[in-house]
Design a protein. Structure first.
Length: 299
């Protein structure tokens, strides 16, 4: 792949803050330092001879995801794959895909009821490519990941796209909202939106998820992480013998946490198999929709 492919795009993007654009467009989304950008297919497309996909150690995967993915966090992972550019005689990590364990088994068993959760079905929890990757890299990378997952006995993958934009306390946009363009472009089955909920947002716009709050209330394993997070933001330290529920209420007020209503994330499912018949024999447990969402909420 020549240097023409990697030169800056000359065309001007017809927008400045969209999270995603229709999958029929000539632009492909990329990430660098947790900020999104776009590559244009006129750069020359994707040359598979220049790239390889390898199993990635957790440390390397976590460092890459935390640096580049908009969430700034790394989930519980079963499989981690890296996309390497080997075109310049030196392997350079330019993409990471993480497939792991969701908070509850129902995330997997509701859409894929006949597959053993965490073994035959997993969640695609992170998928990020840097702006060094040319257009069309993501579909090739995702397909290679699915080939490897199938070898390990995985038959189904569930993924979600969060379409709700988020702002920090100053009003700065920190998450622009996603509709799952890459999933739509790679023939995932769209299964509508997950359950609506109310999110608890920290002043920086990060989500304090419901499971973490529950750990604090019940003093379950992992509650210390949430408590340290809140105290770093200005909450009083937990007192010995104090009611954890009462402390949590006071801590959330102290740090300025706020609620944001969420209509539910978009749910996508892939059925994996060696051929079309194997894929279609995997039963789906939720209704499907042939109409893909096209814009984030509030757009």
């Amino acid at each position: 792949m020549g240097s023409r492919m990697l030169k800056p795009v000359q065309d001007t993007l017809p927008f400045d803050d969209l999270a995603e654009i229709p999958n029929a467009s000539d632009w492909c989304q990329r990430w660098q330092g947790r900020r999104h950008s776009f590559r244009h297919v006129s750069e020359g497309g994707f040359d598979a001879r220049r790239y390889v996909v390898e199993v990635l150690p957790e440390k390397a995967a976590k460092e890459f995801v935390v640096e580049h993915h908009y969430s700034g966090s790394f989930p519980s992972a079963r499989f981690r794959f890296g996309l390497y550019d080997i075109g310049d005689d030196e392997a350079r990590l330019c993409g990471v895909a993480v497939f792991g364990v969701p908070v509850t088994a129902a995330v997997l068993t509701r859409p894929l009821p006949d597959l053993q959760p965490y073994v035959e079905s997993v969640e695609c929890s992170r998928f990020v490519l840097t702006d060094a990757c040319p257009a069309n890299s993501e579909s090739w990378f995702l397909a290679r990941c699915f080939d490897e997952l199938l070898v390990h006995g995985v038959r189904g993958v569930v993924s979600f796209a969060d379409p709700v934009p988020r702002r920090d306390a100053s009003g700065t946009l920190v998450a622009v909202g996603h509709v799952g363009t890459i999933y739509q472009a790679t023939n995932a089955v769209y299964m509508g939106r997950a359950t609506p909920r109310t999110m608890k947002l920290l002043p920086n716009g990060a989500v304090l998820n419901a499971r973490m709050l529950q750990k604090v209330r019940r003093q379950e394993q992992g509650h210390e992480y949430a408590e340290r997070l809140l105290t770093r933001l200005g909450a009083p330290a937990p007192r010995a013998g104090a009611d954890p529920k009462e402390w949590l209420r006071e801590a959330l007020v102290a740090v300025g946490a706020r609620n944001q209503r969420h209509r539910g994330v978009h749910r996508y499912v892939y059925r994996l198999g060696r051929n079309r018949r194997e894929r279609e024999n995997i039963r789906l447990g939720l209704p499907t929709s042939g109409t893909f969402p096209k814009t984030p909420d509030g757009r």
